[in-house]
Design a protein around this ligand. Sequence first.
Ligand code: CP
Ligand code: NVA
Length: 304
Amino acid sequence: MSDNNIRHFLDLPEIDPEILKSIIKHAHALKAEKFSPPQIMEGLSLAMIFDKLSTRTRVSFDIAMKQLGGHTVVMTKGEMQFGGAESIESTARVLSRYVDAIMVRMSDHGKLAELAKYADIPIINGMTDKSHPCQIMADIMTIEENLQSAKGKKIAWFGDYNNVSQSYIDASKIWDFEFIMALPEDLNKNVPSDTNFTNDAKKAAKGADVLVTDTWVSLGQEGKNIEKFWPFQVNAELISLANEGAIFMHCLPIHEWEEVSEDVAKSTASVIFDEAENRLHAQKAILAWCLENTGVRLSKPLGF
Ligand code: CP
Ligand code: NVA
């Protein structure tokens, strides 16, 4: 059984809010140092396991580790004996002998938790069907860059209830912002009972500081009928109802031009590429926190 002191990054509600805020502070500092990154990962290795496609998560974790002086190994589902011929427990125990942390993107959140149960090293959630906490760390960073703070802001979500929106729900309790979801009526039942939601996109957009959306067809849902989502497309009309200075966010990739219109995605309100860049900086800070612990040899601790 793995040690309780291991710093896994599995889901936002499982981590002390002050730690999460501290990780974001370090992420801002690491961004300021992006052209001379501290070599804090010298001699350390990160394994990455993907059972789903990825561009940002894969490249940003890979480059984050390398810029900090560490190494990476990437494995995709078809390339390893994981969850099929070899059990999750065995995989966790073996990889714990080779590398210092594992970042995993897998559909089944329960299997991610099982991996963490048996690993002797930190496990990082690179997105499951339940949540996408690393994405939201980059999003909070981006909101702070543009609006100083997330606290007290109105953040409006449009479209589907999914892994990214669940992590926004989690984040609203940590960073103390108002979060409202606008989604088709038949999805009401999916939304956690303590979450503010509406079936009226205009109501959600009115007075919002941040408008955020994601694909209506998450990985694994290919072929889904999207007709019911059209009233929730983030477009110029919705943006016109938001507060002055409101920003548009999207974790990417955008399904052009479904959940957001082209004019909004390419407008000055859109911060989507800063948001994507911030994955790199946020992940450096997440890696530093995970590895900056007794028994792991971070050469120059950041001091959490
Ligand atoms: N936003 C995000 O996680 O992108 P990828 O699926 O490309 O990793
Ligand atoms: N909700 C999307 C996010 C992709 C980054 C998915 O699960 O595919």
